[in-house]
Ligand binder design. Structure first.
Ligand code: UD1
Length: 418
């Protein structure tokens, strides 16, 4: 099994180009089922994307990945379509469940494996199903599969989500694309990745209006034979390198970003005393000597993202005083804490909150990654630790971080994969 070996305590300096967003590419790949021909650019070449591509191919869609140019070409000839998403593909990547909305609305039936829980929480799909049922789908759960049917097609409806879910909003949007009439979705997630999906659906021919957490979708005429779309930048990857810069950067420059989308991350880091200069499509992070404690709550966008909580916690170990993170999205997302403690961090968990005392010198250790963002937090900790850190089970990292070691190495980090 592969691992990363990091020799820490080496100042970073250089330019990091941020990749396209994994969490935007996944629903847009699912949405490509609705189209005829799609060319996606700025696609991150990470494991989850390859898994989604496998799933599309299994369904009968033609997909070509052009690795060098980071392009995915998709063609749906509507021949030999298999409206099934098997367990073996959905179990490794929950976003596989997003093909449900597209398949059901286009082919009037779908059988999609229940994704099940994962390390960070139980992660049910009841909100996805609620939306589809409201649009007229008949749904049964059988042998671990969601078996859905809409013989006469889905019908536009008014749906209010009882709580905010990224995936359920995406599945509902995909289903609404092919539904008859107007769909109004209330209490939606409005993450930048959802806005990217909406931009894509508009190119396919949908009329979509957003105001606050309300999204109204009408019409689904396939306007164009071929749709071209450039995936937005990965704000979580950008946030991760912002934190790396704040931890041990002399001068790190992040490129290919939209600084407006990183508002909350930049605000929080500035409140902690991190020196950041904002240019048009790039950010400069300078060495920050004295970091201040902070309290944060994870929230749906535009709040602080749960996907950056573990990384920010590492920065908090270097801030003076007692910082606090309250995790409000997932019930079991502090698994990095025990590993960070093995590296010397002083962290206590009480209910939904972690209390981090700092500043604390971290020392290298052999640690184990448990999920995608927890894994990268251990890499960040390794970058500032004395001696050597070994991060095991890095397949989690490969699910979502493109060229992680290469990007860090370019900034002088001593990191290697064995
Ligand atoms: C997406 C992101 C993930 C991020 C998360 C929250 C992708 C591929 N993944 O995951 O990186 O951490 O948003 O920003 O984009 N819930 C229910 N019932 C449902 C659906 C969700 O109770 O039917 C709960 C979940 O268990 C969780 C909360 O709602 O507690 C938010 O989850 P959700 O926004 O759906 O996350 P994902 O779409 O799975």
């Amino acid at each position: 099994m592969q691992k990363l070996i990091i020799k820490g305590n080496k100042e970073l300096s250089g330019v990091i180009s941020i990749s396209g967003s994994k969490n935007a590419t996944l629903p847009i790949l699912a949405a490509s089922i609705l189209a005829k021909k799609v060319n996606l650019t700025n696609v991150p070449l990470v494991k989850d994307i390859f898994t989604m591509v496998e799933l599309l191919k299994f369904i009968g869609i033609k997909v070509k990945i052009k690795n060098k140019k980071k392009i995915i070409e998709i063609q749906n000839k509507n021949q030999n379509i298999n409206t099934l998403a098997p367990y073996k593909l959905v179990k490794t990547m929950r976003a596989g469940v997003l093909v449900l909305g597209s398949l059901l609305t286009k082919y009037k039936k779908a059988k999609v494996s229940l994704p099940g829980g994962c390390a960070i929480g139980t992660r049910p799909v009841d909100l996805h199903l609620l939306a589809l049922k409201k649009m007229g789908a008949k749904i049964k759960i059988k042998d671990g599969y969601i078996v859905a049917e809409a013989k006469n097609g889905l019908v536009g409806s008014k749906i209010k989500f009882p709580s905010i879910s990224v995936g359920a909003t995406e599945n509902a949007l995909l289903a609404a694309f092919g539904a008859i009439g107007k769909t109004t979705l209330l209490n939606c997630a409005v993450e930048p990745e959802i806005l990217d999906l909406i931009a894509f659906l508009k190119k396919l021919g949908s009329k979509i209006r957003i105001s606050g957490r309300k999204i109204v979708l009408e019409s689904k005429i396939l306007k164009k034979e071929t749709v071209n779309h450039k995936i937005i930048f990965d704000r979580i990857e950008a946030g991760t390198y912002l934190i790396a810069g704040a931890l041990i950067g002399k001068k790190i420059i992040l490129k290919n970003i939209n600084t407006k989308i990183l508002k909350i991350e930049i605000d929080i880091l500035r409140q902690m005393g991190v020196k950041i200069s904002i240019l048009k499509n790039s950010i400069i992070i300078l060495k920050s000597n004295k970091l201040k404690k902070i309290n944060i709550n994870t929230k749906p966008h535009p709040g602080f993202p749960t996907d950056l909580q573990a990384q920010l916690m590492v920065l908090m170990t270097q801030a003076t005083g007692l910082s606090k993170i309250q995790e409000n999205i997932f019930e079991n997302r502090f698994m990095h804490v025990s590993e960070l403690k093995r590296m010397g961090a002083k962290i206590e968990i009480k209910n939904k909150s972690a209390y981090i005392s700092g500043p604390t010198k971290l020392t290298g250790a052999e640690v184990m990654a448990t999920d995608l963002r927890a894994s990268v937090s251990l890499v960040l900790a390794g970058l500032i630790a004395e001696n050597r850190t070994i991060v095991n089970r890095i397949y989690h990292l490969d699910r979502g971080y493109e060229f992680l070691e290469q990007k860090l190495k370019k900034c002088n980090a001593r990191i290697k994969r064995t």
